[in-house]
Design a protein around this ligand. Structure first.
Ligand SMILES: Cc1ncc(C[n+]2csc(CCOP(=O)(O)OP(=O)(O)O)c2C)c(N)n1
Ligand SMILES: [Mg+2]
Length: 623
């Protein structure tokens, strides 16, 4: 019961006075605001797990036992991304547990999220004896973690935990504290002497850098004021700066494109917000970058170089908390290191009001064209159901405070293009690592951090088979403790690794091999029902709307098993007539050489490719 109160209110009791090293680690982490752990036990991490359990029983911590250590790490990352914990925490055992967690930890490293991993280890006397489950965890974690320490004495706990948390927050990255099993259960040392070799450390986080100096702001303003057609690229670093970003974009008469992780930063429905950018983005975002003369990048390192303005076309300014990321993707003239909200607020009074609105009118036209193309794509017939229409079908049902978790696959593309986020909603995913299998762990973290909010997961069948079916077991175990039980999981059941299959066809020009690309059909909704959850299989387009309505009115988590067409291609937004025809040709060639999706490819491929090309032609005609 205490646990429930703690979850709902975010109020925690004090951690009891530690008696062991494991308890001490937990007590020190609590000082940094770490209260929630995702993990899996093992004897290598027993002392730390016992410390978490003791704190949990006292209402001072929460533990979510997941099905796999990769989930523990993914969920720790996602908890922070959804605005839950200040530092994500996972707890995993020695050897295999430590190895399993790595993928999720790389997600944190690449997306710049503070996470601390508590990792078990063989007992100190066994180290170096090829003991069971003994791996050199320090060496293993050296690449993923900025700071990694394997404890060898009880009096290291305070400075080790402090340094891990301080580094994770300051560098927004992964840190690891490895605790040998005997040490985890050893007596705690709560005070260290004032003596040579001992440091007395602080558990107080540092302040953010705030706004850059006036001189730098004036330089940036000079670049932005000289432009006539300003584009903004906003990433997740602009989260929390919505008001300031809006004010700056309005002053500059700018259009804003959003990197995928920053999708919630601005309302997708605004006429000057062009939506997602990049390979999975909108045509309007592409046009915005192709035609701007000035670029302001705020909190983004969007990696697709071809979606920035061509070299020499635009003068650029970048705002980022991390100077090492400024000028990383496009040649910037002024780099402002600072907090996005504070920097934009300080910049605003230096900006001259721009233009007569003509640039924004052009942007609105591109956006209108995109919407028309999207409607055409979503209403295209498919066998049996059009996947894009299923994702778009969520829109009228999307609750105001929804949190979305998106997997890597075609779901990513449909989320980028077809889901309009409003203020108050937040979507996230494995951004730079682009790992499959993230959506269910992310959804679990979203529900754990915000048990009163509805969560929606968009997942491919491959990703569902990778982690999703397992983590539904965790969902089944946890959901009764959530204030709002709704967790809607959409499985795009196309019996194919479709995203990858398209890459094989279109980029490599090869015939996809069913041995590597096709997937078994699994009754996901029935599996959910077996676990005591809700579920429905959708095999007809006319049932999509009712399925979303049921999922979001359900009194428990709900799986929509949508049987969708595997041959719906994802056409990049900058597709030229030539490239579009090439995609169709490679699809046809692949079909002629025995591609099993022949009829679907011809029908879907032509339809999906022709619509955007027609729109581009219409555009050019308009000049
Ligand atoms: C862990 C991992 N393995 C492999 C890949 C490569 N990959 C990217 S998307 C994809 C296909 C995803 O298939 P599915 O989940 O069924 O979604 P679909 O594209 O079919 O909708 C693959 C194999 C990856 N990104 N991550
Ligand atoms: Mg699939």
């Amino acid at each position: 019961m205490t646990q429930r109160v703690a979850q709902s209110t975010g109020e925690w009791n004090d951690v009891p006075e530690p008696t062991t090293v494991g308890e001490h680690v937990v007590e020190r982490l609590a000082r940094w605001g770490v209260r929630r752990y995702y993990g899996y036990p093992g004897d290598g991490v027993g002392g730390v797990m016992a410390g978490i359990s003791r704190a949990r029983r006292a209402g001072a911590a929460q533990l979510v036992q997941v099905r796999h250590e990769e989930t523990a790490a993914f969920a720790a990352v996602a908890d922070v991304k959804y605005g839950g914990s200040p530092i994500g925490a996972c707890v995993v055992t020695s050897g295999p547990g430590a190895i399993h967690a790595l993928n999720g930890l790389y997600d944190a490293k690449l997306d710049r999220v503070p996470v601390v991993a508590l990792v078990g280890q063989s007992a100190t006397p066994a180290l170096g004896t090829s003991f069971y489950q003994e791996v050199d965890a320090k060496a293993l974690y050296e690449d993923v973690a900025d700071y990694v320490i394997q404890l060898s004495s009880a009096d290291q706990v305070i400075h080790a935990v402090d340094q891990a948390c301080r580094t994770a927050l300051a560098h927004r990255t992964v840190c690891a504290v490895i605790v040998p099993s005997d040490l985890g259960r050893a007596d705690a040392v709560l005070e260290t002497p004032v003596a040579h070799g001992y440091s007395h450390t602080s558990s107080v986080p540092s302040t953010d850098p705030g706004a850059p100096p006036q001189a730098a702001l004036r330089e940036a303003a000079a670049v932005l004021n000289a432009g006539e057609r300003v584009a903004v690229l906003a990433g997740v670093g602009a989260a929390g700066a919505t008001a300031e970003l809006t004010a700056v974009a309005d002053a500059l008469g700018a259009g804003v494109a959003k990197a995928l992780l920053g999708k919630h930063v601005l309302d997708d429905r605004l006429p000057w917000v062009t939506g997602a950018i990049g390979l999975l983005g909108t045509r309007a975002s592409y046009e915005l970058m192709q035609h701007c003369d000035t670029l302001l990048v705020v909190g983004s390192t969007m990696p697709y170089g071809e979606y920035y303005p061509p070299p020499g076309q635009a003068r650029s300014v970048q705002v980022d908390l991390d100077g090492a990321k400024c000028g990383l993707r496009t040649p910037t003239e002024v780099n402002l290191v600072g907090d996005a909200a504070e920097t934009l607020a300080a910049l605003l009074p230096l900006l001259r009001p721009h233009g007569d609105g003509a640039w924004r009118e052009r942007i609105a036209t591109w956006k209108g064209d995109d919407d028309a193309v999207r409607d055409a794509r979503c209403s295209a017939a498919a066998d049996p159901v059009n996947p894009e229409a299923v994702v778009r079908g969520l829109q009228p049902h999307l609750p105001d405070d929804a949190l979305l978790a998106v997997d890597c696959g075609t779901a990513t593309a449909w989320y980028a293009r077809d889901v309009d986020l409003r203020p108050g909603q937040l979507g996230s995913l494995s951004g730079l690592l682009l790992s499959m299998g993230g959506a269910l762990p992310y959804a679990l973290a979203a529900k754990t951090a915000h048990p009163h909010r509805p969560v929606i997961a968009l997942v491919g069948d491959g990703a569902m088979q990778m982690n999703g079916v397992n983590e539904l077991i965790t969902v089944a175990r946890e959901w009764r403790s959530w204030d709002d039980p709704r967790l809607a999981v959409l499985v795009l059941n196309n019996r194919d690794l479709s995203f990858e299959t398209w890459e094989v066809r279109a980029e490599l020009g090869e015939v996809p091999d069913p041995a590597s690309q096709s997937l078994p059909d699994v009754p996901y909704a029935q599996w959910a029902q077996l676990l005591g959850l809700g579920g429905v299989r959708v095999e007809r387009p006319e049932d999509v709307d009712a399925a979303w309505a049921a999922a979001l009115a359900a009194d428990r988590p709900f799986v929509i098993d949508a049987v969708v067409d595997p041959s719906t291609p994802i056409i990049p937004p900058h597709v030229s007539t030539e490239q579009a025809l090439l995609t169709v040709k490679s699809g046809l060639r692949s079909a002629l050489h025995g591609d099993e999706q022949v009829p679907g490819l011809v029908r879907q491929g032509l339809r999906q490719v022709v619509a955007p090309v027609l729109s581009a032609v219409r555009h050019r005609a308009r000049g």
